[in-house]
Design a protein around this ligand. Sequence first.
Ligand SMILES: NC(=O)c1ccc[n+]([C@@H]2O[C@H](COP(=O)([O-])OP(=O)(O)OC[C@H]3O[C@@H](n4cnc5c(N)ncnc54)[C@H](O)[C@@H]3O)[C@@H](O)[C@H]2O)c1
Length: 251
Amino acid sequence: MSELDGLKAIVSGGGSGIGLAAARMLAARGAEVACLDLDPSRVGAPLLGLRADVTDQESVDSAVDAAVARLGGGLDILVNNAGIGAQGTVEANPLDEWHRVLDVNVLGMVRLTRAALPHLRASRAAAIVNTCSIAATAGLPNRALYSASKGAVQSLTLAMAADHVGEGIRVNCVNPGTADTPWVGRLLAAADDPAAERAALEARQPMGRLVSADEVAAAIAYLAGPAAGSTTGTVLAVDGGMQGLRLRPRP
Ligand SMILES: NC(=O)c1ccc[n+]([C@@H]2O[C@H](COP(=O)([O-])OP(=O)(O)OC[C@H]3O[C@@H](n4cnc5c(N)ncnc54)[C@H](O)[C@@H]3O)[C@@H](O)[C@H]2O)c1
């Protein structure tokens, strides 16, 4: 018997990168998993791919209904992972971009969590895992808007953990460092010198390499499962030591 046998999960942003890796890992551990994404075209069996836009409450509600029905009823695990990036100082991004990024990264979690809570309340092993970021806890240059969105995600995680602990719903988040996903691939492709940009990102992490999507997925799967049954309101860094370590410069 596998750790997550009999559990049903929804992963937002499950069409790519960390979300797809998390969905595959949850399924490998026995869960039945629906991936909600703007583009679920890369989601294959045994995962269920459903199109959903986390900025649209109707789209979220109908995708959650469809996921619960097609997974055979009930929901135990919600992974709030869909997110988009933004670069620049506090002056750089037009206000409509501020609204758009906060709408996806923060309100997207609000919409999906509201739709999922009635189902999670009926579960005996309910867990929410939010994908946050090192940007919530470290001041990174040129990430004002993105960092503000992830700071909100970390605080929301703690508040939700407090609100729902009495209902048996655990809420935690993972804080990845720079992870090797299609998102970072797009960032590198847009850089003047992609190899130099990649080397700079790798050097920023004490382990000297990017985090893998599977390493973040493993942290998500742990927090989502019964092995983390006494863990709520925590922030699990998966960042190659970027948040906690202060090393001397390499010789
Ligand atoms: N890659 C990194 O370095 C890194 C580091 C820290 C945190 N994160 C966080 O991890 C999460 C996943 O990032 P990733 O690197 O896997 O990116 P990704 O671009 O590979 O995947 C993100 C997915 O979210 C989906 N998505 C975007 N907007 C959506 C919307 N409105 N509705 C539904 N789906 C939507 C996209 O279609 C995509 O499939 C994000 O929340 C991101 O902020 C990433």
